[in-house]
Design a protein around this ligand. Structure first.
Ligand code: NAP
Ligand code: MG
Length: 405
């Protein structure tokens, strides 16, 4: 008997190889076991183009309504893609649109396998990087100055007050940069971080450089402390800690730690750190889960990788590819697990967990894996398989696990 769902998840379809894997996983690993209820939005780049990107906004509204969404990787068009798909324009990143609508923070966690040894040998538990995806240098400005002069920063409030601060006297050619952030955004980020940590039983690290950046980074530190105080009771009840570190200290500590925490990072730190942590953990971007939490209770899961364009071109020519569907499977399992938790649907939660176990069993015990994992796995390796073969192997593992009493 298939598992019943009370409420739908919002399903966002995507592009290229990720789309092929999305449907394969849904058809072979979800539909046979779950009476899947989804509200479907097709975010294929042509559909976004035809609807002037309205479809992305409608999908975001649907997540606000139903609470839980699952998303396939999508093309963020650039000039080359505009030509390739004959688009009206280079539409903005659907992920950016959704993140903005949901006021969400992205949490990226490694999928840990016993036969894929991290480059840092102390790491035993996940290190989840939470990146504050708003402001700082990503919405800053730069000016290049050509001659000697004075650099000042001016703030003119809406009520007409003016604050003027002198930055420097420059004596020749140089560059200047200015950027900002908002309390509301920092607070949302901190709330999402503590919410995620509590839901997943993880400590929280936040690191910045408030000894040098006495106003800017100090404000981040202050807000994190405030939000921690709001969550302190709950954290303590679960035996979870919050620690603030100076950013250089945090980098030194992370390589000596055994993991098991969420590292909340400012925008630039998170950009660098998430790539560093993922490659140090496993060396394959397909072995990562990616979840978006918002302080308003909206949730979205996806794979951490993109549409795997190079594999898609080979697939189009009829060649077999060994693209790894693990990230896609986890996008589904995390979304279904979240749905199950919210609706008190224990069967659905259990199914999601079994499916993740089946993936691990296939790689760790059966030692069947796709090319990207074979490159980083410890021997022995029994088979390096195509995407379809891997999905079949996971299905066999799942059947075994489900039939175990
Ligand atoms: P990508 O999809 O992340 O793939 C880059 C490379 O990583 C692949 O060529 C492949 O390496 C490896 N790889 C990624 N996923 C894999 C998987 N599941 N199995 C095996 N190998 C995997 O990045 P891209 O191909 O450069 O980007 C294509 C499109 O994705 C872009 O249009 C971009 O806008 C979009 N994108 C979307 C999202 C999102 O929706 N969340 C995120 C990032 C990028 P080898 O070729 O060496 O095997
Ligand atoms: Mg990056």
């Amino acid at each position: 008997m298939r598992i019943y769902m009370d409420k739908p998840v919002v399903e966002m379809d995507g592009d290229e190889m990720a789309r092929i894997m999305w449907h394969l996983v849904k058809e072979k690993l979800i539909l046979p076991y779950v009476e899947l209820k989804t509200e479907y939005y097709d975010l294929h780049v042509k559909v976004r183009d035809e609807t002037n990107d309205e479809v992305t906004v409608r999908a975001g509204e649907a997540v606000k309504k139903h609470g839980v969404g699952v998303k396939c990787a999508t093309i963020t068009p650039d000039a080359e893609r505009v030509k390739e798909y004959n688009l009206k324009k280079a539409w903005r990143s659907p992920n950016a649109t959704l993140r903005e609508m949901l006021d969400g923070t992205l949490f990226r966690a490694p999928i840990i396998l016993s036969n894929v040894i991290p480059a840092v040998r102390f790491w035993k538990k996940p290190i989840v990087v939470a990146r504050h995806a708003f402001g700082d240098i990503y919405s800053g400005i730069g000016i290049s100055v050509e001659e000697a002069g004075d650099v000042e920063v001016v703030f003119r409030s809406s009520s007409g007050k003016e604050t003027r601060v002198r930055l420097a006297r420059v004596e020749g050619r140089g560059v200047v940069q200015a950027y900002y952030n908002l309390d509301s955004s920092i607070r949302s980020f901190a709330k999402a971080t503590f919410g995620y940590a509590i839901a997943n039983g993880l400590d929280v690290w936040f690191a910045a450089k408030d000894t040098i950046s006495k106003v800017y980074d100090a404000r981040f530190k202050e807000i994190f402390q405030e939000v921690y105080e709001e969550n302190r009771e709950e954290m303590e009840r679960r035996g979870l800690k919050y620690e603030y570190f100076l950013i250089d200290d945090a980098y030194a500590r992370v390589v000596r730690s055994e993991g098991g925490f969420v590292w909340a990072a400012k925008n630039f730190d998170g950009d660098v750190l998430s790539d560093f942590v993922s490659s140090a953990f496993s060396g394959s971007i397909a072995l990562m889960s990616s979840e978006l939490y918002s302080p308003h209770g909206y949730y979205l899961s996806e794979a951490a990788h993109g549409t795997v364009r190079r594999h898609y071109y080979r697939w189009l020519k009829g060649e077999k590819t060994s693209s790894n569907p693990t990230g896609t499977i986890y996008a589904w399992t995390r979304g279904l697990r979240e749905r199950g938790r919210r609706d008190g649907n224990a069967d659905l939660v259990r199914f999601a967990e079994k499916l993740e176990e089946a993936v691990k069993h296939t790689i760790e015990v059966e030692r069947i894996m796709t090319q990207d994992v074979a490159r980083v796995a410890e021997p022995p390796i029994n088979a390096i398989v195509t995407t379809e073969e891997f999905v079949e192997a996971v299905r066999r593992s799942l059947e075994k696990l489900l039939n175990k009493p």
